[in-house]
Design a protein around this ligand. Structure first.
Ligand code: PHE
Length: 450
Protein backbone atom coordinates (compact mmCIF):
# COMPACT_ATOMS: atom_id res chain seq x y z
CA UNK A 1 0.00 0.00 0.00
CA UNK A 2 1.25 3.46 -0.74
CA UNK A 3 1.99 5.22 2.46
CA UNK A 4 0.68 8.56 1.26
CA UNK A 5 -2.81 7.16 1.46
CA UNK A 6 -2.47 6.60 5.17
CA UNK A 7 -0.14 9.38 6.18
CA UNK A 8 0.54 12.93 5.23
CA UNK A 9 3.73 14.25 3.81
CA UNK A 10 5.87 16.74 5.67
CA UNK A 11 4.85 20.19 4.58
CA UNK A 12 8.34 21.34 3.67
CA UNK A 13 12.04 20.66 3.89
CA UNK A 14 12.14 22.45 7.20
CA UNK A 15 9.38 20.24 8.55
CA UNK A 16 11.38 17.14 7.80
CA UNK A 17 14.57 18.62 9.21
CA UNK A 18 12.71 19.52 12.37
CA UNK A 19 11.15 16.10 12.71
CA UNK A 20 14.38 14.25 12.04
CA UNK A 21 16.26 16.55 14.40
CA UNK A 22 13.51 16.00 16.93
CA UNK A 23 14.03 12.28 16.62
CA UNK A 24 17.80 12.52 16.81
CA UNK A 25 18.12 15.04 19.64
CA UNK A 26 16.89 13.57 22.88
CA UNK A 27 18.04 11.73 25.95
CA UNK A 28 20.84 10.28 23.84
CA UNK A 29 22.51 13.67 23.63
CA UNK A 30 21.86 15.12 27.03
CA UNK A 31 21.59 12.10 29.31
CA UNK A 32 23.46 9.27 27.62
CA UNK A 33 26.35 10.96 25.86
CA UNK A 34 27.74 12.60 29.03
CA UNK A 35 27.43 9.52 31.20
CA UNK A 36 28.95 7.06 28.74
CA UNK A 37 31.71 9.56 28.04
CA UNK A 38 32.33 9.69 31.77
CA UNK A 39 32.34 5.92 32.07
CA UNK A 40 34.69 5.47 29.13
CA UNK A 41 37.39 7.92 30.05
CA UNK A 42 36.57 11.04 27.98
CA UNK A 43 38.59 12.37 25.02
CA UNK A 44 39.50 9.22 23.11
CA UNK A 45 35.95 7.95 23.42
CA UNK A 46 34.57 11.29 22.16
CA UNK A 47 36.93 11.19 19.20
CA UNK A 48 35.83 7.71 18.18
CA UNK A 49 32.21 8.76 18.54
CA UNK A 50 32.75 11.81 16.30
CA UNK A 51 34.52 9.71 13.67
CA UNK A 52 31.67 7.22 13.74
CA UNK A 53 29.10 9.98 13.22
CA UNK A 54 31.05 11.29 10.25
CA UNK A 55 32.08 8.10 8.48
CA UNK A 56 29.32 5.69 9.43
CA UNK A 57 26.40 7.70 10.79
CA UNK A 58 25.92 10.31 8.08
CA UNK A 59 26.23 7.88 5.12
CA UNK A 60 23.80 5.48 6.77
CA UNK A 61 21.40 8.28 7.59
CA UNK A 62 21.39 9.21 3.91
CA UNK A 63 20.86 5.55 2.98
CA UNK A 64 18.05 5.04 5.45
CA UNK A 65 16.18 8.20 4.49
CA UNK A 66 16.57 7.26 0.84
CA UNK A 67 15.13 3.78 1.40
CA UNK A 68 12.14 5.32 3.12
CA UNK A 69 11.42 7.88 0.47
CA UNK A 70 11.98 5.48 -2.39
CA UNK A 71 9.34 3.09 -1.10
CA UNK A 72 7.13 5.37 0.98
CA UNK A 73 6.31 2.51 3.31
CA UNK A 74 6.93 1.43 6.88
CA UNK A 75 10.35 -0.23 7.32
CA UNK A 76 9.08 -3.80 7.13
CA UNK A 77 7.17 -3.28 3.89
CA UNK A 78 9.85 -0.95 2.58
CA UNK A 79 12.33 -3.81 2.77
CA UNK A 80 9.90 -6.19 1.12
CA UNK A 81 9.40 -3.78 -1.75
CA UNK A 82 13.11 -3.08 -2.07
CA UNK A 83 14.06 -6.76 -2.12
CA UNK A 84 11.49 -7.50 -4.80
CA UNK A 85 12.61 -4.54 -6.82
CA UNK A 86 16.26 -5.58 -6.62
CA UNK A 87 15.57 -9.29 -7.02
CA UNK A 88 17.28 -9.95 -3.68
CA UNK A 89 16.71 -12.72 -1.18
CA UNK A 90 13.46 -12.13 0.66
CA UNK A 91 15.13 -12.73 4.03
CA UNK A 92 16.21 -9.10 3.90
CA UNK A 93 12.82 -8.07 5.17
CA UNK A 94 13.77 -9.43 8.59
CA UNK A 95 15.88 -6.32 8.78
CA UNK A 96 12.64 -4.36 9.03
CA UNK A 97 11.53 -6.60 11.89
CA UNK A 98 14.83 -6.21 13.67
CA UNK A 99 14.24 -2.48 13.61
CA UNK A 100 10.72 -2.65 14.93
CA UNK A 101 11.81 -4.88 17.80
CA UNK A 102 14.78 -2.64 18.57
CA UNK A 103 12.39 0.33 18.68
CA UNK A 104 10.22 -1.38 21.30
CA UNK A 105 13.13 -2.39 23.45
CA UNK A 106 14.65 1.09 23.34
CA UNK A 107 11.34 2.79 24.01
CA UNK A 108 10.79 0.57 27.06
CA UNK A 109 13.78 2.02 28.90
CA UNK A 110 13.74 5.39 27.17
CA UNK A 111 10.36 6.08 28.69
CA UNK A 112 11.60 5.24 32.18
CA UNK A 113 14.49 7.69 31.92
CA UNK A 114 12.26 10.32 30.33
CA UNK A 115 10.05 9.71 33.36
CA UNK A 116 12.99 10.73 35.58
CA UNK A 117 13.27 13.95 33.61
CA UNK A 118 9.54 14.54 34.06
CA UNK A 119 9.81 14.01 37.80
CA UNK A 120 12.66 16.50 37.86
CA UNK A 121 10.39 19.15 36.35
CA UNK A 122 8.30 18.86 39.48
CA UNK A 123 11.32 18.75 41.77
CA UNK A 124 12.67 21.90 40.11
CA UNK A 125 9.30 23.57 40.45
CA UNK A 126 8.94 22.93 44.17
CA UNK A 127 12.49 24.17 44.72
CA UNK A 128 14.06 20.88 45.78
CA UNK A 129 17.49 21.84 44.48
CA UNK A 130 17.78 25.28 45.96
CA UNK A 131 20.92 25.66 48.08
CA UNK A 132 21.68 21.93 48.03
CA UNK A 133 25.27 20.74 47.92
CA UNK A 134 26.56 17.83 45.87
CA UNK A 135 25.75 15.30 48.57
CA UNK A 136 22.20 16.61 48.93
CA UNK A 137 21.56 16.45 45.20
CA UNK A 138 22.95 12.94 45.05
CA UNK A 139 20.68 11.95 47.89
CA UNK A 140 17.60 13.34 46.10
CA UNK A 141 18.40 11.23 43.07
CA UNK A 142 19.20 8.13 45.12
CA UNK A 143 15.93 8.36 47.06
CA UNK A 144 13.99 8.90 43.88
CA UNK A 145 15.25 5.91 41.90
CA UNK A 146 14.95 3.70 44.98
CA UNK A 147 11.18 4.05 44.73
CA UNK A 148 9.61 1.74 42.12
CA UNK A 149 6.21 3.36 42.62
CA UNK A 150 7.48 6.81 41.71
CA UNK A 151 9.39 5.50 38.70
CA UNK A 152 6.35 3.58 37.47
CA UNK A 153 4.17 6.63 37.86
CA UNK A 154 6.42 8.86 35.75
CA UNK A 155 7.16 6.11 33.24
CA UNK A 156 3.43 5.59 32.74
CA UNK A 157 2.83 9.29 32.31
CA UNK A 158 5.53 9.60 29.69
CA UNK A 159 4.41 6.53 27.79
CA UNK A 160 0.88 7.81 27.80
CA UNK A 161 2.01 11.14 26.38
CA UNK A 162 3.92 9.33 23.65
CA UNK A 163 0.89 7.24 22.71
CA UNK A 164 -1.33 10.28 22.72
CA UNK A 165 0.92 12.23 20.36
CA UNK A 166 1.53 9.30 18.01
CA UNK A 167 -2.20 8.74 17.86
CA UNK A 168 -2.69 12.27 16.58
CA UNK A 169 -0.21 11.56 13.77
CA UNK A 170 3.46 12.35 13.85
CA UNK A 171 3.32 15.48 11.78
CA UNK A 172 0.52 17.14 13.71
CA UNK A 173 1.95 19.58 16.14
CA UNK A 174 5.36 17.98 16.03
CA UNK A 175 6.68 20.62 13.69
CA UNK A 176 5.68 23.42 16.00
CA UNK A 177 7.01 21.66 19.07
CA UNK A 178 10.42 21.09 17.58
CA UNK A 179 10.61 24.54 16.02
CA UNK A 180 10.26 26.02 19.48
CA UNK A 181 12.23 23.37 21.29
CA UNK A 182 15.49 23.37 19.38
CA UNK A 183 16.36 27.05 19.75
CA UNK A 184 15.30 27.13 23.40
CA UNK A 185 17.24 24.01 24.25
CA UNK A 186 20.23 25.50 22.55
CA UNK A 187 19.96 28.75 24.51
CA UNK A 188 19.62 26.91 27.82
CA UNK A 189 22.61 24.72 27.09
CA UNK A 190 24.69 27.81 26.31
CA UNK A 191 23.54 29.26 29.59
CA UNK A 192 24.64 26.11 31.41
CA UNK A 193 27.98 26.28 29.64
CA UNK A 194 28.19 29.84 30.96
CA UNK A 195 27.61 28.52 34.48
CA UNK A 196 30.20 25.80 33.91
CA UNK A 197 32.73 28.55 33.14
CA UNK A 198 32.24 29.97 36.62
CA UNK A 199 32.91 26.71 38.43
CA UNK A 200 36.68 27.01 38.23
CA UNK A 201 36.94 23.61 36.58
CA UNK A 202 35.96 24.61 33.08
CA UNK A 203 39.35 23.84 31.57
CA UNK A 204 39.52 20.54 33.33
CA UNK A 205 36.14 19.65 31.85
CA UNK A 206 37.25 20.61 28.36
CA UNK A 207 40.47 18.68 28.74
CA UNK A 208 38.55 15.61 29.83
CA UNK A 209 36.29 15.81 26.77
CA UNK A 210 38.78 16.77 24.11
CA UNK A 211 42.20 15.45 25.03
CA UNK A 212 42.31 11.85 23.87
CA UNK A 213 44.05 9.36 26.10
CA UNK A 214 44.03 6.19 24.06
CA UNK A 215 45.18 4.06 26.96
CA UNK A 216 41.65 4.41 28.34
CA UNK A 217 40.04 3.14 25.16
CA UNK A 218 38.94 -0.48 25.58
CA UNK A 219 37.37 -2.54 22.79
CA UNK A 220 34.05 -2.25 24.53
CA UNK A 221 34.42 1.52 24.70
CA UNK A 222 34.91 1.61 20.93
CA UNK A 223 31.76 -0.46 20.48
CA UNK A 224 29.84 1.80 22.85
CA UNK A 225 31.02 4.88 20.95
CA UNK A 226 29.99 3.38 17.63
CA UNK A 227 26.68 2.14 19.02
CA UNK A 228 26.03 5.59 20.39
CA UNK A 229 26.57 7.16 16.98
CA UNK A 230 23.66 5.02 15.76
CA UNK A 231 21.57 5.65 18.84
CA UNK A 232 21.97 9.39 18.90
CA UNK A 233 21.22 9.75 15.19
CA UNK A 234 18.22 7.39 15.48
CA UNK A 235 19.76 5.04 12.93
CA UNK A 236 19.61 1.34 12.26
CA UNK A 237 16.02 0.68 13.33
CA UNK A 238 13.82 2.39 10.78
CA UNK A 239 12.92 5.59 12.63
CA UNK A 240 14.63 7.75 10.06
CA UNK A 241 13.37 5.46 7.30
CA UNK A 242 9.77 5.98 8.33
CA UNK A 243 10.30 9.74 8.51
CA UNK A 244 11.98 9.60 5.10
CA UNK A 245 8.83 7.94 3.83
CA UNK A 246 6.97 11.18 4.50
CA UNK A 247 9.61 13.33 2.79
CA UNK A 248 8.56 15.24 -0.34
CA UNK A 249 10.43 14.27 -3.49
CA UNK A 250 12.27 17.43 -4.39
CA UNK A 251 14.34 17.68 -1.23
CA UNK A 252 18.05 16.88 -1.01
CA UNK A 253 18.48 13.95 1.34
CA UNK A 254 22.23 14.35 1.68
CA UNK A 255 22.14 17.99 2.72
CA UNK A 256 19.34 17.52 5.21
CA UNK A 257 21.07 14.49 6.73
CA UNK A 258 24.24 16.45 7.29
CA UNK A 259 22.32 19.28 8.90
CA UNK A 260 20.51 16.93 11.24
CA UNK A 261 23.68 15.09 12.22
CA UNK A 262 25.47 18.41 12.76
CA UNK A 263 22.75 19.77 15.04
CA UNK A 264 22.66 16.52 16.97
CA UNK A 265 26.40 16.53 17.54
CA UNK A 266 26.47 20.14 18.67
CA UNK A 267 23.78 19.49 21.28
CA UNK A 268 25.67 16.48 22.67
CA UNK A 269 28.96 18.34 22.87
CA UNK A 270 27.32 21.33 24.58
CA UNK A 271 25.77 19.01 27.13
CA UNK A 272 29.19 17.50 27.81
CA UNK A 273 30.84 20.91 28.07
CA UNK A 274 28.18 22.02 30.55
CA UNK A 275 28.31 18.93 32.72
CA UNK A 276 31.94 17.91 33.22
CA UNK A 277 33.17 21.15 34.79
CA UNK A 278 30.38 20.76 37.36
CA UNK A 279 31.48 17.17 37.94
CA UNK A 280 35.09 18.12 38.60
CA UNK A 281 34.37 21.28 40.58
CA UNK A 282 32.31 19.25 43.04
CA UNK A 283 34.59 16.23 43.19
CA UNK A 284 31.88 14.06 41.69
CA UNK A 285 32.59 10.84 39.82
CA UNK A 286 32.65 11.25 36.04
CA UNK A 287 31.92 7.55 35.82
CA UNK A 288 28.90 7.54 38.11
CA UNK A 289 26.58 6.17 35.41
CA UNK A 290 23.02 6.89 34.28
CA UNK A 291 22.39 9.29 37.14
CA UNK A 292 25.15 11.67 36.05
CA UNK A 293 23.08 14.56 34.70
CA UNK A 294 20.58 14.24 37.54
CA UNK A 295 23.38 14.50 40.06
CA UNK A 296 25.13 17.44 38.42
CA UNK A 297 22.80 19.85 36.64
CA UNK A 298 20.48 20.38 39.63
CA UNK A 299 23.56 21.64 41.45
CA UNK A 300 23.90 24.36 38.85
CA UNK A 301 20.21 25.20 39.08
CA UNK A 302 20.27 25.17 42.84
CA UNK A 303 23.11 27.65 42.99
CA UNK A 304 22.87 30.03 40.04
CA UNK A 305 20.79 33.22 39.78
CA UNK A 306 17.49 32.45 38.14
CA UNK A 307 18.23 28.77 38.67
CA UNK A 308 14.69 27.99 39.76
CA UNK A 309 13.23 29.07 36.45
CA UNK A 310 16.06 27.69 34.34
CA UNK A 311 15.80 24.35 36.11
CA UNK A 312 12.13 24.03 35.30
CA UNK A 313 12.67 25.11 31.71
CA UNK A 314 15.59 22.76 31.24
CA UNK A 315 13.77 19.66 32.42
CA UNK A 316 10.63 20.59 30.51
CA UNK A 317 12.73 20.83 27.40
CA UNK A 318 14.45 17.57 28.12
CA UNK A 319 11.04 15.91 28.37
CA UNK A 320 9.89 17.49 25.12
CA UNK A 321 13.13 16.47 23.41
CA UNK A 322 12.56 12.93 24.68
CA UNK A 323 8.99 12.98 23.39
CA UNK A 324 10.01 14.01 19.90
CA UNK A 325 12.36 10.99 19.96
CA UNK A 326 10.04 8.49 21.60
CA UNK A 327 7.35 9.04 19.00
CA UNK A 328 9.87 8.07 16.33
CA UNK A 329 10.68 4.92 18.28
CA UNK A 330 7.16 3.54 17.96
CA UNK A 331 6.18 5.09 14.67
CA UNK A 332 7.64 2.19 12.61
CA UNK A 333 5.57 -0.33 14.57
CA UNK A 334 2.45 1.81 14.49
CA UNK A 335 2.78 2.47 10.75
CA UNK A 336 3.21 -1.25 10.14
CA UNK A 337 0.20 -2.18 12.27
CA UNK A 338 -2.03 0.39 10.61
CA UNK A 339 -0.97 -0.58 7.12
CA UNK A 340 -1.09 -4.35 7.58
CA UNK A 341 -3.39 -5.29 10.41
CA UNK A 342 -6.33 -3.20 9.44
CA UNK A 343 -6.63 -1.59 12.84
CA UNK A 344 -7.03 2.07 13.65
CA UNK A 345 -4.12 4.27 14.52
CA UNK A 346 -5.49 4.53 18.02
CA UNK A 347 -5.55 0.77 18.53
CA UNK A 348 -2.06 0.49 17.10
CA UNK A 349 -0.81 3.09 19.57
CA UNK A 350 -2.42 1.35 22.51
CA UNK A 351 -0.88 -1.99 21.56
CA UNK A 352 2.58 -0.70 20.78
CA UNK A 353 2.73 1.63 23.77
CA UNK A 354 1.25 -0.97 26.10
CA UNK A 355 3.84 -3.58 25.25
CA UNK A 356 6.71 -1.11 25.58
CA UNK A 357 5.28 0.09 28.90
CA UNK A 358 5.19 -3.44 30.31
CA UNK A 359 8.73 -4.11 29.16
CA UNK A 360 9.77 -0.87 30.81
CA UNK A 361 9.01 -2.29 34.24
CA UNK A 362 12.17 -4.36 33.91
CA UNK A 363 14.14 -1.13 33.69
CA UNK A 364 12.25 0.45 36.58
CA UNK A 365 13.19 -2.45 38.84
CA UNK A 366 16.81 -2.47 37.64
CA UNK A 367 17.36 0.63 39.75
CA UNK A 368 15.85 -0.71 42.94
CA UNK A 369 14.29 -4.10 43.80
CA UNK A 370 16.08 -5.98 41.03
CA UNK A 371 19.36 -4.10 41.13
CA UNK A 372 21.11 -7.34 42.05
CA UNK A 373 19.47 -9.37 39.32
CA UNK A 374 22.17 -9.71 36.72
CA UNK A 375 22.47 -11.53 33.45
CA UNK A 376 25.88 -11.48 31.76
CA UNK A 377 26.94 -9.20 34.59
CA UNK A 378 24.35 -6.60 33.67
CA UNK A 379 21.06 -5.38 35.10
CA UNK A 380 17.99 -5.60 32.87
CA UNK A 381 18.40 -1.95 31.97
CA UNK A 382 22.07 -2.39 31.10
CA UNK A 383 21.29 -5.50 29.12
CA UNK A 384 18.57 -3.78 27.10
CA UNK A 385 20.82 -0.84 26.45
CA UNK A 386 23.70 -3.06 25.36
CA UNK A 387 21.52 -5.28 23.23
CA UNK A 388 19.91 -2.39 21.38
CA UNK A 389 22.50 0.38 21.14
CA UNK A 390 25.62 -1.77 20.93
CA UNK A 391 24.29 -4.72 18.93
CA UNK A 392 20.93 -4.30 17.21
CA UNK A 393 21.40 -0.76 15.87
CA UNK A 394 24.92 -1.37 14.50
CA UNK A 395 23.76 -4.66 12.95
CA UNK A 396 20.73 -2.91 11.48
CA UNK A 397 22.93 -0.11 10.20
CA UNK A 398 25.44 -2.56 8.78
CA UNK A 399 22.66 -4.28 6.83
CA UNK A 400 21.29 -0.96 5.59
CA UNK A 401 24.75 -0.01 4.33
CA UNK A 402 25.27 -3.37 2.65
CA UNK A 403 21.81 -3.30 1.16
CA UNK A 404 22.08 0.17 -0.36
CA UNK A 405 25.73 -0.27 -1.33
CA UNK A 406 25.62 -3.74 -2.82
CA UNK A 407 22.07 -4.84 -3.50
CA UNK A 408 19.82 -1.94 -4.35
CA UNK A 409 20.07 -0.94 -8.00
CA UNK A 410 22.50 1.89 -8.35
CA UNK A 411 20.27 3.86 -10.67
CA UNK A 412 17.54 3.86 -8.03
CA UNK A 413 19.75 5.26 -5.31
CA UNK A 414 21.33 7.74 -7.71
CA UNK A 415 17.93 8.92 -8.84
CA UNK A 416 16.51 9.17 -5.35
CA UNK A 417 19.49 11.03 -3.95
CA UNK A 418 19.99 13.29 -6.98
CA UNK A 419 23.38 14.39 -5.69
CA UNK A 420 26.20 15.97 -7.66
CA UNK A 421 28.20 13.05 -9.07
CA UNK A 422 31.23 13.72 -6.88
CA UNK A 423 29.13 13.66 -3.73
CA UNK A 424 27.31 10.54 -4.83
CA UNK A 425 30.63 8.76 -5.37
CA UNK A 426 31.84 9.67 -1.91
CA UNK A 427 28.59 8.47 -0.37
CA UNK A 428 28.79 5.21 -2.28
CA UNK A 429 32.32 4.46 -1.17
CA UNK A 430 31.37 5.20 2.42
CA UNK A 431 28.25 3.10 2.38
CA UNK A 432 29.67 0.27 0.33
CA UNK A 433 33.09 -0.16 1.92
CA UNK A 434 33.87 2.14 4.81
CA UNK A 435 30.76 1.84 6.99
CA UNK A 436 30.28 -1.94 6.75
CA UNK A 437 33.93 -2.74 7.30
CA UNK A 438 34.17 -0.31 10.20
CA UNK A 439 31.20 -1.93 11.95
CA UNK A 440 32.57 -5.37 11.20
CA UNK A 441 36.04 -4.55 12.51
CA UNK A 442 34.65 -3.13 15.74
CA UNK A 443 32.67 -6.34 16.29
CA UNK A 444 35.75 -8.46 15.61
CA UNK A 445 37.69 -6.31 18.03
CA UNK A 446 35.11 -6.84 20.75
CA UNK A 447 34.98 -10.61 20.41
CA UNK A 448 38.76 -10.56 20.58
CA UNK A 449 39.60 -11.67 17.06
CA UNK A 450 41.49 -8.46 16.40
N1 PHE B 1 18.19 9.50 18.91
C1 PHE B 1 17.40 9.47 20.10
C2 PHE B 1 18.19 10.16 21.20
O1 PHE B 1 19.33 10.46 21.04
C3 PHE B 1 17.02 8.07 20.49
C4 PHE B 1 16.50 7.24 19.38
C5 PHE B 1 17.17 6.10 18.98
C6 PHE B 1 15.34 7.61 18.68
C7 PHE B 1 16.73 5.32 17.92
C8 PHE B 1 14.88 6.84 17.62
C9 PHE B 1 15.59 5.72 17.26
O2 PHE B 1 17.67 10.41 22.25
Amino acid sequence: MNIQKTHNEWSSRLAFILAATGSAVGLGNIWKFPYITGENGGGAFVLVYLLCVLLIGIPIMIAETMMGRHTRQNPIDALKTLTEESGADHNWHYLGWLGVVAGFLILSYYSVIAGWASAYVLKAFVGSFSGEDAAGIKQIFGDFVASPIQLIFWHSLFMFATMWIVNRGVNNGLEKAVRLLMPSLFVLLILLVGYAMTTGSYNEGLRFLFTPDFSKLTADAVLTAMGHAFFTLSLGMGAIMVYGAYLPNNISIAKTSMLVAGADTVVALLAGIAIFPIVFANNLQASSGPGLIFETLPLAFGNMTGGWLFGILFFVMLVVAALTSSISLIEPAVAWLVENRNITRQQACVWAGGIAWALGLGTVFSFNVWSDVKLFDRTIFQLLDYLTANLMLPIGGFCIAVFTGWIMHQQHSAQELAMPSQGYKVWRVLVKYVAPSAVFLVFLHVVGVL
